[in-house]
Design a binder for this molecule. Structure first.
Ligand SMILES: Nc1ncnc2c1ncn2[C@@H]1O[C@H](COP(=O)(O)OP(=O)(O)O)[C@@H](O)[C@H]1O
Ligand SMILES: [Mg+2]
Length: 348
C-alpha cells in the first residue's frame, strides 16, 4: 500500500507562529513513517508559503523560540494545489498545525475546502466560532454550560466612549481578565486587580485584536480536557490540572512555554463525580460548536464548586510539553497513535 502524503503546516502569521513551529516539530518527529510520508510546509510570519530547511531544529533551545525562515524555498498555493517551481506537490492530506488567526480560525480551512484538499481538524464554521470567544461563549451558555460574566467591545467603541466601557467593567467583580477576543497562548491577556490598571490592560489587549473581552476572574483551579474523534466516536480524555509553580499570577505565556515549573498534573484530585462531569461538558462543548477531529476544552473549577468553561481550542498545542498529547498518553494512547487517529479521521 502506498503511503499517505501529509503536508504538516507550521508557522503562520499569527502571534502564535513560534508555538506552531514547536507543535509541528512534535508531529514531524513522531508521525508513523511506515504509514505516512510527511512534508513540512512552512508559512512565514509575512505569510509566504515555503519549504523550510528540514534540518533546522524547530524546538525551543535555551528559551529561544524557532521560526520559519523568510528566505526558505518558495511555494505557491492556490485552488489547483500547492506548487514548487511549477511542479505540483503530491499531498493527500493537510495537517494545519497552526494556532490562532489565519490558521485555527477557519481561514486556512476555507482554503483547504476550496482547493479540495482533505485536512485534519475542525471545519470552517467550528474553527471560526471557537477562535472568537465572544461567539463561542453564548453558544456554550445555550447548551447549559456556565461561562464567566463579562462583555465584549471593539477598538472603535473604546475610542468613542471609554467611560461607558469603564462603567461596564466597574460593575464586574475584581479581579478582571482583559483579553483579545481572538487571541491565544495568553498573548495580550492581562489580569487587572485594580481598576486604575484597566485602561493600560485594554490598550495591551487591543494591540493583539480589534475586539476585546473583559471577564470576571474565576477564583479556583484550572483544568484541561482533550477531545479526540476516534473512528467516528467523540472521546474525552482524563483531565489535567494546570499547576503554576513559578511566580506567574495566571497561566500566561511565560508559564505556558518558558517556565519549566509549570506542569499539567495528571491524574487530578477532585470531589467524586466532578471529573466525569467536566469530561461530559467537554464533549457537549465540542458538539455545540460542531468541532471535528480534535480540541482541547479548558475549564475552571471555582472555589465554591462551580464548573465554568473557559474556552475551546480547535488546534491545541501539540508540543512534547503540551497538555493534549500528555492527556492522551495518560489514557494509554501514544503521541504517534494519536497523530495516526487524527490523520485517519481526516481521510474519511
Ligand atoms: N475569567 C477568567 N478567570 C480566571 N482566569 C482567567 C480568566 N480568563 C482567562 N484567565 C487566565 O488567563 C489564561 C489565558 O486566557 P484564555 O482565555 O484561555 O486565553 P488564550 O486563548 O490566550 O489561552 C487562562 O488559562 C487563565 O489562566
Ligand atoms: Mg487558554
Amino acid at each position: 500500500m502506498s503511503k499517505v502524503t501529509v503536508g504538516v503546516v507550521a508557522g503562520g502569521i499569527s502571534s502564535e507562529h513560534e508555538i506552531s513551529c514547536v507543535s509541528a516539530s512534535g508531529v514531524m518527529g513522531s508521525i508513523d513513517r511506515s504509514k505516512f510520508e510527511p512534508i513540512l510546509i512552512g508559512i512565514t510570519k509575512s505569510g509566504r508559503w515555503v519549504l523550510p530547511d528540514a534540518n533546522k531544529p524547530m524546538s525551543i533551545v535555551d528559551g529561544k523560540l524557532p521560526e520559519i525562515d523568510e528566505d526558505s524555498l518558495l511555494l505557491t498555493a492556490g485552488m489547483d494545489g500547492i506548487f514548487h517551481n511549477g511542479k505540483r506537490l503530491q499531498i493527500d492530506i493537510l495537517f494545519p498545525v497552526l494556532h490562532g488567526p489565519y490558521g485555527e480560525d477557519g481561514t486556512f480551512q476555507g482554503f483547504c475546502e476550496m482547493a479540495k484538499i482533505p485536512y485534519v481538524g475542525s471545519g470552517v464554521l467550528a474553527s471560526a466560532v471557537a477562535m472568537d470567544k465572544s461567539f463561542a461563549k453564548p453558544i456554550f451558555a445555550t447548551y447549559g454550560l456556565k461561562v464567566a460574566h463579562g462583555f465584549v467591545f471593539t477598538d472603535h467603541q473604546w475610542k468613542n466612549d471609554k467611560s461607558a466601557i469603564m462603567r461596564q467593567a466597574e460593575a464586574l467583580n475584581l479581579p478582571l481578565f482583559v483579553k483579545p477576543a481572538r487571541g491565544g497562548s495568553s498573548r495580550g491577556t492581562v489580569k487587572v486587580k485594580d481598576l486604575s490598571h484597566l485602561a493600560s490592560a485594554i490598550t495591551e489587549a487591543l494591540s493583539f485584536d480589534t475586539k476585546v473581552m473583559i471577564e470576571e476572574g474565576i477564583l479556583g483551579r484550572e483544568f484541561e480536557c482533550a477531545v479526540l474523534v476516534d473512528n467516528g466516536d467523540v472521546k474525552a480524555s482524563p483531565l489535567g490540572e494546570i499547576k503554576i509553580l513559578g511566580n506567574q499570577e495566571f497561566y500566561d505565556f511565560e508559564a505556558k512555554y518558558l517556565d519549566d515549573a509549570t506542569t499539567v498534573e495528571i491524574p487530578v484530585t477532585l470531589p467524586s463525580g466532578v471529573e466525569d462531569e467536566i469530561r461530559s461538558q467537554a464533549i457537549t462543548a465540542f458538539r455545540a460548536l460542531g468541532c471535528e477531529g480534535l480540541a482541547r476544552v479548558d475549564f475552571f473549577y471555582s472555589h465554591d464548586g462551580t464548573i465554568v468553561i473557559n474556552e475551546i481550542n480547535t488546534m491545541p498545542g501539540l508540543t512534547g510539553k503540551s497538555a493534549f498529547p500528555k492527556l492522551w498518553q495518560a489514557a494509554g494512547l501514544s503521541y504517534q497513535q494519536m497523530i495516526t487517529k487524527l490523520i485517519d479521521g481526516a481521510k474519511s
